[in-house]
Design a protein around this ligand. Structure first.
Ligand code: HEC
Ligand code: HEC
Ligand code: HEC
Ligand code: HEC
Ligand code: HEC
Length: 492
């Protein structure tokens, strides 16, 4: 296939200035200070006559409203992440909630755990069985985390906060200027204490350098995770902010949060399990090697794992990644907004924004292609994916039922070991694509392959319960019993 050329690159520092220019030309209701800022960055004469009302953006200001004085268009679009609208499988549905003292929200998104009995069976004994909802826009990340029932059923650690708030300044302050030290301190705090250190959902400062507006990675767990991954590829001491290309950064800023993770040890360090690679086999091998389990399945005693939103890992296995198309190309495409050409900071489902997110690029290759055709192609991938997901889910629920019966009938741990390990695997594989929020789109064939493996593990587990001599297709790994409660790793 001929390569479709990507949206024109803009030198980031320039882009900031042009955004302001666009805004000025339109005489938007803007703070006069923004024009001062423009003058300041453009001419040295203007710099001498330093204006009094210049917005103070610096590496110590995290309030997006202050940054918004200089970059009003990006700020306005960023605020739109409050809006909720469903697509066939994504987006979100505004769901009324009666406010209580414990949870003052009046609107949440729809529950997924209530709607799907299979999920509750799969997560029996774990916090996710209590509350799991469709994710929604960035504006909600902090409140949705504060008020989920998963905070009520277990005491969560400060490490949770890494991906649900603007944490750059908190890390910097707690670490006396060293974000890694601050990260370590905050991870280990109880969530209820840590949350007092932050004020905003993800903000400009988390993705941008205040001086140049260049993209940057501020999350310690990503800095460490990508270093471990690059080392597995033979690249030593990788420094993401120095070595990543412009294109890579357009995915890495999102990979700071949209990834699989766990909390390591009693210090609850947030770790991305990538030191063997980003594929599910490599991540499973990582967890097996360290003998990690998230919890012990209530009905079967299996050493279970919970997968979390591995969009970055899944995207990396797809054709778009191969062609250099990044998260920002589809979720933050260039748009005409109030007469200016800006990156759409209204991060959302591309299906709500097909023209900018898909059509503009695909049209370069196929002049006749339409929005409808692209939407149909997405939904066709998703429908096929969902059918296979349902089949994998019934196989897993079948295995869990059989294992529970065998356990209740008095079978020994030794008898159940093979089937329990196969449950761990079938479940993690299914959950990996379930938690990946594109319903297969980011890497359709990889998602189908993983679901096929999941189904195979679940059915092999059922055979193993019936035939003690059965040899499964994977080696059975011993997962040690969980540490005593005091030293137990945090849940997630
Ligand atoms: C080629 C375009 C494309 C690229 C590149 C891409 N995505 Fe997506 N993404 C989609 C589509 C299409 C969906 C499905 C949306 C839906 O079902 O409404 C989606 C869904 C999502 C969702 C769920 C959205 C919702 O409304 O439920 C998240 C989160 C997400 N992507 C994050 C990412 C991240 C992070 C990256 C990069 C690591 C990425 N995407 C790369 C096209 C893309
Ligand atoms: C999750 C990461 C993220 C956050 C948060 C974020 N941005 Fe951006 N921003 C991007 C990306 C990605 C681009 C595209 C950069 C590129 O490729 O040139 C961008 C581009 C920009 C640009 C360059 C002009 C343009 O529109 O392409 C400006 C200015 C900007 N952002 C301002 C802001 C402001 C102001 C905020 C806070 C209200 C903010 N950004 C929050 C990721 C982010
Ligand atoms: C600081 C962590 C963080 C970063 C950085 C981040 N996200 Fe998110 N994102 C979240 C969280 C948390 C949610 C869910 C919020 C909720 O449900 O309350 C979310 C939700 C989303 C959604 C769902 C929106 C909807 O309306 O359903 C999409 C799409 C998305 N993010 C894409 C991206 C892309 C693309 C990037 C990079 C440009 C990015 N995110 C960067 C944490 C992050
Ligand atoms: C910046 C350019 C660009 C953008 C944006 C983009 N694509 Fe693509 N897309 C490509 C390229 C290039 C390929 C072909 C990759 C190859 O064959 O190597 C491709 C392939 C595809 C394919 C076939 C491969 C597969 O994974 O099934 C589909 C379907 C597709 N794109 C849909 C979309 C949709 C829907 C969107 C918006 C959410 C989108 N694309 C956004 C460039 C883009
Ligand atoms: C590595 C980053 C990361 C960490 C750490 C993290 N989250 Fe999230 N969280 C996300 C992203 C990304 C989303 C949106 C995608 C999704 O829901 O799958 C999200 C969504 C959510 C949601 C909304 C959807 C739902 O599941 O109901 C809640 C609530 C939530 N997280 C709570 C927590 C809690 C509690 C912790 C600590 C145990 C935590 N998060 C730790 C990245 C993270």
């Amino acid at each position: 296939m001929t390569t479709i050329s990507k949206s024109t690159k803009t030198v980031v520092a320039f882009a900031g200035v042009s955004a302001i220019l666009g805004a000025l030309l339109l005489t938007l209701p803007m703070a006069p200070s923004a024009s001062d800022a423009l003058a300041q960055s453009k001419s040295s004469k203007a710099q001498k006559a330093k204006p009094a009302a210049l917005p103070q953006i610096s590496d110590d200001v995290d309030d997006p409203a202050v940054w918004g004085k200089l970059y009003p268009l990006q700020y306005e679009l960023y605020l739109k992440t409050k809006e909720m609208q469903p697509t066939k499988y994504g987006g979100s549905i505004p769901t009324p909630h009666t406010p209580t003292a414990a949870d003052p929200r009046t609107i949440t998104s729809q529950s997924k755990s209530d709607a799907d009995a299979g999920l509750r069976t799969m997560w029996a004994g774990y916090a996710f069985a209590a509350d799991f909802r469709e994710e929604r826009g960035h504006a909600y990340m902090l409140e949705d985390q504060k008020y989920t029932k998963r905070q009520v059923v277990v005491q969560q650690p400060g490490a949770c906060m890494n991906c649900h708030a603007s944490t750059y300044l908190a890390n910097k302050k707690m670490g006396d200027g060293d974000i890694i030290k601050g990260f370590e301190k905050i991870n280990a705090m109880p969530y209820s204490e840590a949350v007092k250190l932050v004020n905003h959902p993800v903000a400009c400062i988390d993705c941008h350098d205040a001086k140049t507006m260049a993209l940057r990675v501020t999350r310690p767990a990503f800095i460490e995770g990508i270093r471990a991954y690059k080392a597995s590829q033979g690249i030593k001491d990788y420094d993401v902010n120095k070595q990543a290309t412009y294109e890579e950064k357009r995915a890495y800023v999102c990979g700071q949060c949209h990834v699989e993770y766990y909390f390591k040890g009693a210090e609850k360090r947030l770790v991305f399990p990538w030191s063997k690679g980003l594929k599910i086999e490599q991540i499973t091998a990582y967890y097996d090697e360290i003998g990690f389990r998230d919890w012990t399945h209530k009905d079967t005693g299996a050493p279970a794992l919970k997968a979390q939103h591995p969009e970055f890992e899944m995207w990396s296995q797809g054709l778009h990644a191969r062609a250099g198309v990044t998260c920002a190309d589809c979720h933050m495409p260039k748009v005409q907004y109030k007469g200016a050409n800006v990156s759409d900071h209204w991060v959302r489902s591309p299906l709500l924004n097909l023209k900018n997110a898909c059509l503009d690029c695909h049209k370069k290759h196929d002049a006749k292609i339409t929005e409808k055709e692209l939407k149909d192609r997405v939904e066709q991938i998703q429908d096929r994916h969902w059918k296979l997901r349902e089949d994998a889910m019934s196989a897993l629920v079948g295995l869990i039922g059989d294992l529970k019966s065998a356990k209740d009938a008095g079978k020994s741990d030794a008898d159940l070991k093979t089937a329990r390990y196969l449950q761990r695997r079938a479940q993690f594989y299914l959950d990996f694509v379930e938690a990946e929020n594109s319903t297969g789109f980011h890497a359709p064939q990889e998602a189908a392959r993983i679901l096929g493996e999941s189904l195979n593990y679940a059915r092999q587990g059922q055979i193993a319960l019936r035939d003690a001599s059965f040899k499964p297709s994977v080696a059975i790994v011993d997962i040690p019993p969980p540490p005593a409660p005091a030293a137990a790793p945090a849940t997630r």
